[in-house]
Design a protein around this ligand. Structure first.
Ligand code: LMR
Length: 348
């Protein structure tokens, strides 16, 4: 996940009741003799578990049962993510990246970030890679190629049944997927609803939420963030800065490219047709409703205007020796980063 030579230390967080089964998991991890796994610890204490971590994967949430929508999980889970946001703020490494997997993932990411005032909203990602993988697999099956031959499948919006899996830019061996499929009815009436409802389909079959495929998507997300994806697109639920007309401050899935330095860039200027715009609005509306349901857990409004671009401007100003611009830019940053800038100034 982090490269072929990178040792990994796992800090596992569980509830008191989950501690005994977790001991079993730890034994299995030990018996797996994973060459890069250097240490595994377990705790019920959030601050200890998140202590100095570089990547946090937030999977601890009440799972969805048969017949439940993600919205039903809002009240049960949002408080968990508020607590985790606070602990991450206080204990994680200053540059930690946080992948929110527990549902409702997008709104949980909003809640966690809002409770972490010293961290950038961009440090929190809601996982929609699982939806992208599902969509890629379905497209590959339809056209009879291995999954590796399809790319640029996009997931817009919420990790829920309102998400919009979009094949407008998808390619099969470099050819437009829509031309290869040549069946718009299949896309609208089969592909889109099947991807949207795949989580529920799995719950119906297994009696439990997806596990292995979700874990695999989590690993894919972090690996691509850490090692980079060159020109491959990866959909991630990230804080909206208003691009594509999406309401600022919502965690909304968009296509991104990962630079390999733990940062991502949005894929910009994609043409959006009327059908897509309608679907994108629908999932945005659901996210707005979810946000309204957790307002009591949002001490800090996230306006989404702070972006990694600020870091690039800061670097430019620093390299040009323009300290008044450095101070001005730093004043727009979260306190944790302001402290780092002050320390760098004192050391230089
Ligand atoms: C999934 O998509 O499989 C999971 O997020 C479970 C769910 O609630 O749908």
């Amino acid at each position: 996940m982090l490269g072929k030579d990178q040792l990994v230390e796992l800090q596992l967080i569980e509830t008191e009741a989950g501690m005994k089964p977790l001991q079993g998991v730890m034994m299995e991890l030990e018996d797996g003799a994973y060459p890069l796994l250097s240490k595994v610890t377990a705790t019920t204490d959030l601050n200890e578990g998140f202590g100095d971590c570089n990547y946090a994967m937030l999977i601890g949430a009440k799972p969805r049962g048969p017949g439940m929508e993600r919205k039903d999980l809002l009240s049960a889970n949002a408080q968990i993510f508020a607590d985790q946001g606070k602990a991450l703020n206080d204990s994680a490494a200053v540059n930690a990246k946080v992948l929110v997997i527990g549902n409702p993932a997008n709104t949980n990411a909003l809640v966690a970030s809002a409770n972490a005032p010293d961290m950038w909203p961009e440090q929190f990602i809601a996982m929609t890679r699982l939806d992208q993988s599902r969509a890629q697999a379905l497209l590959a099956e339809k056209v009879g190629v291995p999954v590796k031959d399809v790319d640029r499948v996009v997931i817009w919006g919420n990790h829920s049944a309102t998400q919009y899996p979009d094949l407008s830019y998808a390619r099969v061996n470099g050819k437009w997927a829509k031309d290869v499929i040549n069946d718009e009815k299949w896309i609208r009436e089969d592909f889109i609803p099947r991807v949207q409802k795949r989580g529920a389909e799995i719950i119906g079959a297994r009696g439990a939420s997806s596990a292995a495929s979700a874990a695999s998507a989590g690993i894919d997300t972090i690996r691509d963030l850490h090692l980079g994806t060159t020109d491959q697109w990866q959909s991630n639920g990230i804080v909206s800065d208003g691009t594509y007309g999406i309401r600022q401050g919502l965690w909304y899935s968009v296509p991104t490219v990962c630079n390999g330095d733990s940062h991502y860039r949005r894929v910009l200027n994609l043409p959006i047709d009327e059908f897509s715009a309608e679907k994108m609005n629908l999932t945005e509306k659901e996210l707005l409703e979810e946000r309204d349901g957790v307002r009591h857990l949002l001490p800090k409004e996230t306006n989404g205007t702070v972006t990694w671009n600020v870091l690039a401007s800061l670097k430019d100003a620093w390299e040009a020796g323009d300290m008044s611009s450095v101070d001005k830019i730093a004043s727009t940053m979260p306190p944790g980063f302001q402290k780092s800038v002050e320390a760098a100034k004192a050391a230089s």
